[in-house]
Design a protein around this ligand. Structure first.
Ligand code: SAM
Ligand code: SF4
Length: 479
């Protein structure tokens, strides 16, 4: 797996990070340790879990050796994500050996995929909980305290945790992720998400706007609206918060409407979103992005493959020409828009010529960033049932290297376009290398580093003249 991107929706540096909150009012002295893997949605879910348990008197700890309850929020997207979790459980087994009263729970996608099998395979695990069952955690922990093992992997058609205000103390206080929907109704043949996160459902737009406004009031200046397929966001006002039908006569809120509602909260609140599906992204959404300065000119548009036959096998429901048409629309409606993507190399039966079409697609779009992966067969998916995983690993790796090499050139080319320009940068904090420098991102999600200047602090915007660039960063000065 390779990342050539400063995008934080899958942040490699945060994998396995423990969530720590300040003790709440109901602190009853029981300690919770929770660490997360995978995409931003999982990190956001861990905050929901911590909020639910804080209500029951739990406080968080960053040391699992001291914890009464140890949770690992897991990812199933590729085999290596699951291997990482299995290895981590071995370390928890050692701690549990010393503290037999410790409750160990597996949450998230791997819990949903393996269900009670997890309890058979990993003897130290006491609780297995899927992504839609977190409200049940206090009961499940009680059950384990009573000497039983506990499993709840029920998927829901309604649960959006809309009423739970997640706590965000690990954050920098400037950027926040906000879930706008859960699950996925697409059936990409390689992907385990529809099985682990259930049916797609959208969250009440008023609760989304209220959460974003609250974040702005607390000093946050950027929200990233999260969903597996944000362009199919749809809320009908005839729907009540619990999903039941009501008789109100109000129009449907689609993703373009939601973007506008969030953009209108405050001009100084930047709005990002991820992920856009090429089959669903509409011109209406593109016009909304173009209309509001605070909606960032940055679209994550996963292509997966540049070849129409492979795309059909992947069940992506668009072909090469459709994808290029969407890119053309972006360039026409938002001329200065960064585009990033996801690419899978060595999908079932992919030929050399077909792989070359992925490379030529990369030439066509000249992506700003990309997440690039070798195909990893996932049990239970359509591809695992229908097609042989027949591309040898070394060939998948060669193709991945070619894709990575091309992306490196393209990312560098895109960064160079900024040199000599003045970018509006949201200051996020000091740069990793020096507290003499600030870092922050421009509208297009490129990281910019520049000397600290009096009168400017994190959370403010600065106009930065970009003077040069490295392979992944722009360097400049405030003007
Ligand atoms: N919903 C988003 C979409 O449709 O693009 C992203 C979902 S997934 C969490 C992120 C990326 O992981 C996918 O875009 C795909 O490139 C990659 N991925 C998913 N399943 C995979 C698999 N079995 N092997 C390799 N990469 C995979
Ligand atoms: Fe997986 Fe496809 Fe849904 Fe994305 S759109 S989560 S790749 S099934």
């Amino acid at each position: 797996m390779e990342f050539l991107t400063p995008d934080k929706t899958h942040d490699e540096a945060r994998q396995g990070e423990a969530l720590v909150l300040e003790p709440g009012e109901k602190n009853l002295g029981r300690k919770l340790y929770i660490e997360s893997y995978g995409c931003a949605m999982n990190f956001s879910d861990s905050e929901i879990v911590a909020s639910i348990l804080a209500e029951k008197g739990f406080e968080t700890t960053s040391d699992f050796n001291n914890a009464d309850v140890v949770f690992i929020n897991t990812c199933s997207i590729r085999e290596n994500a699951e291997t990482r979790v299995r290895n981590r459980l071995k370390e928890f087994a050692y701690a549990k050996g010393k503290n037999p009263g410790m409750v160990v729970g597996v949450l998230g996608c791997m819990a949903e995929r393996l269900k009670s099998k997890f309890l058979e395979e990993e003897k130290l695990v006491d609780v297995v909980v899927g992504p839609d069952a977190y409200r049940d955690l206090p009961n499940l922990i009680d059950k384990v305290d009573g000497g039983q093992k506990a499993v709840n992997v029920l998927l829901s058609r309604e649960e959006t945790y809309a009423d739970i205000n997640p706590v965000r103390l690990n954050s920098n206080g400037i950027n926040a992720f906000v879930s706008i929907m859960r699950g996925c109704d697409n059936m990409c043949s390689f992907c385990v998400v529809p099985f682990t996160r259930g049916r797609e459902r959208s969250r009440d737009p008023h609760s989304i706007v209220a959460e974003c406004r609250d974040l702005f009031n607390k000093g946050y200046r950027e929200v990233t609206l999260l969903g597996q397929n944000v362009d199919s966001y749809k809320w009908s006002a005839t729907q009540s918060a619990d999903g039941s039908e009501q008789l109100a006569e109000q129009p449907i809120v689609n993703f373009a409407d939601l973007l506008e509602m969030v953009a209108l909260i405050e001009p100084d609140l930047r709005v990002r979103f991820s992920t856009s599906h090429p089959k669903d992204i509409t011109d209406e959404v593109l016009h909304t992005i173009a209309k509001y300065d605070n909606i960032c000119n940055y679209i994550h548009l996963p292509v997966q493959s540049g070849n129409s036959r492979v795309l059909e096998l992947m069940n992506r429901t668009y072909d090469r020409e459709w994808y290029m048409g969407r890119v053309d629309a972006i360039r026409r409606i938002i001329p200065d828009c960064a585009i990033s993507t996801d690419i899978i190399t060595g999908f079932c039966t992919e030929t050399e010529e077909e792989h070359n079409e992925t490379l030529s697609m990369m030439d066509y779009v000249q992506y700003d960033y990309a997440y690039m992966f070798m195909y990893s067969e996932r049990p239970g998916t359509l591809a695992a049932k229908r097609y042989a995983d027949d591309i040898p690993e070394p060939i998948k790796a060669v193709r991945l290297n070619q894709v990575v090499a091309k992306q490196r050139e393209s990312s560098h080319y895109r960064l160079q376009q900024h040199v000599g320009r003045v970018d509006r940068v949201l200051i996020e904090g000091f740069s990793k290398k020096s507290d003499q420098d600030y870092c922050g991102r421009n509208d297009k999600n490129a990281m910019v580093v520049f000397p600290v200047q009096e009168g400017y602090k994190p959370g403010q915007y600065a106009n930065v003249l970009v003077e040069k660039c490295t392979s992944a960063t722009l360097i400049g000065k405030i003007i």
